[in-house]
Design a protein around this ligand. Structure first.
Ligand code: ZN
Length: 240
């Protein structure tokens, strides 16, 4: 089965549409949370994902958007953007986000936003945390998001390693257990401004990381029109 893996779209419709245009034909699309927050088009992004019939999980921003107290832990810019998001999303978007599970299992993978152990908040950035994630899964493999950086944690019979995929990297994981992060579609933070995404082949046991350019200036203009914080606009240009 071939799967398009997206994460941290953050209401960036320009980036999402560019990725969907560039993506190959797939059997399914998985979304590892943070669908809204930061960006200017939450309703449009949710509608696109609904049309596509994606399998998605809830991120900390999605939880905050539907009234969760996650907002209390946001920094000032994220909080301002979230208050705006709460005020503009439709009832239809709110209902769709509310129905998202924290974790789902498909095709031998656990899909979660932060980590399989703590799906809303935990950042998987080190091999010890990745090891705990493997221990918390009943599946062999996992797909996560939240860090906004592409990554692959490999567990080869208990020996852990981290791979940081460059654009166009392919990983053949074969029999090894993997925890995969596609990076962020709508707000990359690895110093590269283009949208980051991944294609997973569960039969071949491969993951391919891709990047796609999109019209950043147009998103920044949309953010300016609705007065979203300037720091959030600026960081799109440098992927920081
Ligand atoms: Zn995020």
């Amino acid at each position: 089965m071939r799967i398009l893996v997206l994460s941290d779209i953050h209401a960036n419709l320009e980036a999402l549409d560019a990725v969907l245009d560039a993506a190959p034909a797939v059997d399914a699309t998985w979304v590892a949370g943070d669908i809204v927050g930061y960006g200017p088009e939450p309703d449009e992004v949710v509608e696109r994902l609904r049309e596509r019939g994606v399998t998605a999980v809830r991120g900390n921003h999605d939880a905050a958007a539907v009234g969760g107290d996650e907002i209390d832990y946001f920094n000032e810019d994220a909080r301002r953007a979230m208050l705006w998001t709460r005020g503009v999303i439709s009832d239809r978007t709110r209902a769709w986000l509310t129905a998202l599970p924290e974790r789902v299992e498909r095709e031998g993978f656990t899909l979660a936003h932060g980590s399989p152990r703590d799906p809303i908040w935990e950042y998987v950035t080190t091999t010890p945390v990745a090891r705990a994630s493997f221990d918390a899964m009943t599946t062999s493999h996992g797909v996560i998001g939240h860090t906004h950086r592409p990554a692959a944690y490999l567990n080869d019979d208990g020996v852990m390693s981290l791979m940081t995929p460059a654009e166009g990297s392919q990983l053949t994981f074969g029999a090894r257990r993997v925890l995969l992060n596609a990076g962020s579609v709508g707000q990359p933070r690895d110093g590269i401004a283009t949208a980051s995404w991944m294609v997973l082949d569960t039969v071949l046991g491969t993951a391919d990381w891709r990047r796609t350019a999109y019209d950043i200036a147009s998103v920044q203009a949309a953010m300016r029109r609705v007065a979203l914080p300037s720091f959030l606009r600026d960081r799109l240009a440098y992927g920081g």
